[in-house]
Design a protein around this ligand. Structure first.
Ligand code: SAH
Ligand code: SF4
Ligand code: F3S
Length: 457
């Protein structure tokens, strides 16, 4: 088997970052990453199981590549579908030789050695009992300016609809010292934007009892060279007021909080086992709304949870009006294996789910069309992400996580990717801002050279 690999990643940012760790581990074991699956000795799929569609995508992909297994190519399925389906994957896709969930990646070197020795059915399926996180010094970050740090893995909340506690195992946090060492190392390497990750990032508890989550945010934001700190995803149950105070006090902490509500109806929230009510959530919104900084708020919503009535759904719509989110990711409820919601009565027909999703997205688009208007005539610092040569625009991201498309004055040089520049906003749209670089402003440079790619889906 040739020691080349191709990796494809599905799912959330935790999976994207896990892939960066897996790539680093594979490279340390002597493997070389290639961009084309046809050229690879080992094809790795890092999978997601959050909704049925995500899982289907993986099996579709595996079917597509069935033809390639003949020439000695090996397949590995890792991530959430791997943990969920376990050895059943070998039945559905017999050419797969390795199935491993995220809690077992620390054993990857041993699993790779067995693969190289010709073993056909290797499994790394952790049984949720571990206290260990998957830290590795070999992580290969795909973006040289913005990097992820996982601070907490797993989830103990067991919402009625969700696979994550089964696929990711129990909640376990890294110590503040290890998070800060990694953040400092990244700052030394030229990263300016750090994103702290966790299924519920604000459920992080320092195993060494030194810091609260808000103190950790402030500590990372105080590292010299770090210009932006993001954290995602927060859970309303563990959302404390000192997080808002920390953002107010420390400019490097981004003015954006992703706090998924899932539903505006307390009845549905109870059925979902979210363990908060509409009012509890709105109280947290009022803390954010009364901050000194304009903190952008985003959310996830599920429509068509079993038993959701028209009146419940209407409460979700009125919540949109009350909060005025800057973005909402809305999903139709998808029944998932192992979860209590799978066997709940009062299922909602797909047409009703689709109609509710459409109403929700239409209303939210209207809110954003109006709410983004507040940025007109503001000057906003962006981090340069890419160039859109077809439209003659440069694409940047604001601290609030908004896309800003802008132009530079005639004759001015293009600001480098990863640099920061103030932009004067001349137009606002429901999903992005449009503007011009402030005349005479000098981009603040980032220093590192680009590194190898990760393929993301
Ligand atoms: N830990 C985060 C969410 C992680 S999963 C939280 O609790 O907020 C990301 C999003 O996927 C969820 O917020 C939810 O909106 C959506 N989701 C999870 N399970 C789902 C399911 N079975 N059907 C539809 N959407 C789902
Ligand atoms: Fe899933 Fe709920 Fe855990 Fe979020 S808190 S990952 S929705 S079980
Ligand atoms: Fe998907 Fe697993 Fe993330 S189910 S959303 S990849 S935690």
């Amino acid at each position: 088997m040739s020691k080349t690999f191709y990796i494809e990643t599905f799912g959330c940012q935790m999976n994207a970052h896990d892939s960066e760790k897996v790539i680093g581990t594979l490279e340390h074991e002597g493997y070389i990453q290639v961009a084309d699956e046809d050229e690879a000795g080992l094809v790795v799929y890092n999978t997601c199981s959050i909704r049925d569609k995500a899982e289907q995508k993986v099996f579709h992909r595996l079917n597509e590549y069935k033809r390639m297994h003949r020439n000695g190519k090996r397949f590995a399925v890792i991530g959430c579908v791997a943990q969920q389906e376990g050895e059943r994957i070998f039945e559905r896709a017999p050419y797969v030789s390795l199935v491993a969930g995220s809690a077992s990646y620390r054993n990857l070197p041993q699993m790779l050695a067995r693969l190289e020795a010709g073993e056909k059915r290797i499994t790394g399926l952790d049984d949720r009992q571990t206290d260990e996180t998957f830290d590795t010094e070999f992580t290969v970050r795909s973006n040289p300016h913005r990097g992820y740090i996982t601070i907490i893995e797993g989830c103990d909340k067991f919402c009625a609809y969700c696979v994550v506690p089964y696929t990711r195992g129990k909640e376990r946090s890294r110590t503040s010292a290890s998070v800060l060492v990694e953040a400092r190392r990244m700052a030394d390497q030229g990263f300016t934007d750090i994103q702290l990750l966790g299924q519920n990032v604000n459920s992080w508890r320092d195993p060494s009892d030194r810091m609260s989550f808000a103190e950790l945010l402030t500590a990372v934001g105080s590292i010299s060279g770090i210009r932006r700190v993001r954290f995602t995803t927060s859970h309303p149950r563990d959302f404390t007021r000192d997080i808002v105070e920390a953002i107010d006090a420390t400019l490097t902490l981004c003015d954006h909080i992703h706090l998924p509500v899932q539903s505006g109806s307390s009845t549905v929230l109870r059925a979902m086992s979210r363990e908060y009510t509409r009012d509890w959530y709105l109280e947290r919104m009022s803390w954010i709304h009364s901050a000194k900084r304009d903190i952008s708020i985003s959310s996830d919503m599920i429509v068509g949870f079993p038993g959701e009535t028209d009146a419940d759904f209407e409460e979700t719509i009125t919540l949109l009006d009350a909060v005025r989110y800057d973005s909402v990711f809305a999903f139709k409820f998808s029944p998932r294996p192992n979860t209590p919601a799978l066997s709940m009565p009062d299922t909602i027909p797909d047409e009703v789910k689709s109609e509710r999703l459409r109403i929700l997205n239409d209303r939210q688009r209207e809110i954003q069309r109006e709410h983004y208007g507040r940025h007109l005539d503001q000057t906003i610092e962006v981090m340069i992400e890419s160039y859109n040569s077809a439209r003659g625009q440069i694409v940047g991201r604001s601290s609030q996580n908004k896309t800003v498309n802008f132009t530079v004055p005639a004759g001015a040089a293009q600001p480098p990717i990863g640099s920061y520049l103030p932009i004067y906003i001349t137009r606002t749209m429901p999903n992005c801002l449009v503007g011009e670089a402030v005349s005479g402003a000098v981009p603040v440079q980032a220093t590192r050279q680009p590194q190898p790619f990760v393929v993301l889906n």
